[in-house]
Design a protein around this ligand. Structure first.
Ligand SMILES: Cc1cc2nc3c(=O)[nH]c(=O)nc-3n(C[C@H](O)[C@H](O)[C@H](O)COP(=O)(O)OP(=O)(O)OC[C@H]3O[C@@H](n4cnc5c(N)ncnc54)[C@H](O)[C@@H]3O)c2cc1C
Length: 378
């Protein structure tokens, strides 16, 4: 049953909680890296884990819909007025031990955690340099880049379970971490209040598994290591070239990063896609089609590259061109970007067009990676 409390009543109750500040002027355009989205009933900024927990438990008890927000870098939010309270997680402490144990509050900026770890000579998350957003969101979709995932090093998370109100350290194994997925994503199961990582002392990176990065560092793909600081710099450099490091002055970075996940499809469908590419574009292109092991023991399945499929379906970087409010990034076909004047409906229209175009060309339905609030692609 929905509580009939008015926003002023709720605000009064929330104001009684320590380390909480309220704002009724903020929009999701202010809170997201896409700079898109309408206005929540209220924005509640929480400076400690107990503030987050108290706010969430109060709103849940009042049956007031809420959205947890970190850095807003994986959110597509509807235009207009939204019947929900935005709860922004802003606890920020990070501790790095010499033995490689790193604890970060959920609201810490993720890249600050990476930098602190690299400066302490710890290896394991250097390939995740430059991913925007908060530490607490990294397990939510098991963030990954350049051959590494947070699941490689995540030991446990301090979790507020919403149905019981219990706050406890939960082992990473209980989160069903998989490619861009955990049982926290889309489920509202709980709120991450802190994370704990086990990194490797000694100044060397994790084995390099991503060809482009390994080549940049003069290593083979087979798992050589390099000094963590060198790997961080190389990753940041590669990411900047693709518009994947947030820069307020560069509209190519007003995005949610990769907009679609790489599709995992049956081998037979991958073969059919390759045959279609061969027919349309010739042997040389078809023979170079990226096909990766699906991972997770998925038999008879392969992972394809969403960016490659979008490009081969005819959507070039920068599509649909100058003057459009939302365009593919001019640096990377997989990012949908707000050129400054867009609304969410513009983004949804382009997302649909690209998804449908790839499906018509190759029979593969791309699935968006970000979390959608109040709006859907279908
Ligand atoms: C330029 C750019 C590059 C990117 N590159 C990558 C990349 O290389 N790899 C990758 O994996 N992702 C990438 N992303 C996506 C995004 O940065 C990550 O998913 C990031 O972890 C989101 O963090 P956030 O704090 O911004 O989460 P938000 O966008 O604020 O939230 C995302 C979801 O997580 C939930 N959430 C947030 N915090 C918590 C919490 N403490 N507890 C429970 N739920 C929570 C929210 O409710 C929402 O459902 C990129 C995004 C951009 C804009």
């Amino acid at each position: 049953m929905t509580d009939s409390s008015t926003t002023p009543d709720i605000a009064a109750r929330l104001r009684e909680i320590d380390d909480v500040t309220l704002d009724d002027t903020v929009t999701f355009a202010d809170l997201t890296t896409l700079h898109l989205g309408g206005k929540p009933r209220l924005t509640v900024r929480c400076g400690t884990d107990s503030a987050v927990a108290e706010v969430v438990m109060l709103l849940d008890a009042l049956a007031v819909p809420l959205l947890i927000v970190g850095g807003g870098s994986n959110l597509v939010v509807a235009d207009g007025d939204l019947d929900l309270v935005a709860v922004v997680v802003e606890n920020t402490e990070v501790t790095v031990s010499g033995h490689g144990l790193v604890r970060a509050d959920a609201g810490a900026v993720w890249d600050d955690v990476v930098l602190a770890s690299v400066e302490a000579g710890l290896g394991g998350i250097e390939c995740l340099s430059g991913i925007p957003g908060s530490a607490g969101a990294t397990p939510v979709q098991n963030v990954g880049a350049y051959g590494a995932e947070i699941s490689d090093v995540l030991v446990q998370v301090l979790l507020l379970e919403r149905d019981t109100g219990e706050m406890a350290w939960v082992p990473a194994a209980d989160l069903d971490l998989a490619y861009r997925y955990s049982n926290l994503k889309f489920t509202g199961r709980g709120i991450v209040l802190a994370i704990e990582l086990q990194l490797h002392p000694g100044g060397q990176s994790a084995p390099l598994r991503y060809g482009e990065l390994a080549r940049r560092l003069g290593a083979t793909e087979g798992g050589e290591r390099r000094p963590v600081a060198d790997v961080r710099e190389a990753v940041l450099d590669l990411r900047r070239g693709k518009g994947m490091v947030v820069d307020a002055d560069d509209h190519d970075t007003w995005s949610a990063g990769s907009f679609f996940t790489n599709p995992i499809v049956p081998t037979t469908l991958a073969d059919a896609v390759q045959a279609e590419v061969r027919a349309r574009r010739g042997d040389e292109d078809a023979d170079r089609m990226p096909r990766f092991a699906a991972g997770g023991g998925a038999e008879g399945q392969v992972k394809l590259s969403a960016a490659w499929l979008i490009d081969r379906a005819g959507y070039d970087k920068g599509y649909p061109g100058d003057g459009a409010p939302v365009r593919l990034s001019t640096k990377h076909t997989l990012a949908l970007t707000n050129r400054g004047q867009a609304v969410t409906n513009d983004l949804v229209a382009l997302a649909r067009e690209v998804r449908d175009g790839v499906r018509d060309a190759f029979g593969v339905t791309l699935v968006p990676e970000p979390v959608w609030i109040g709006v859907a692609i279908d």
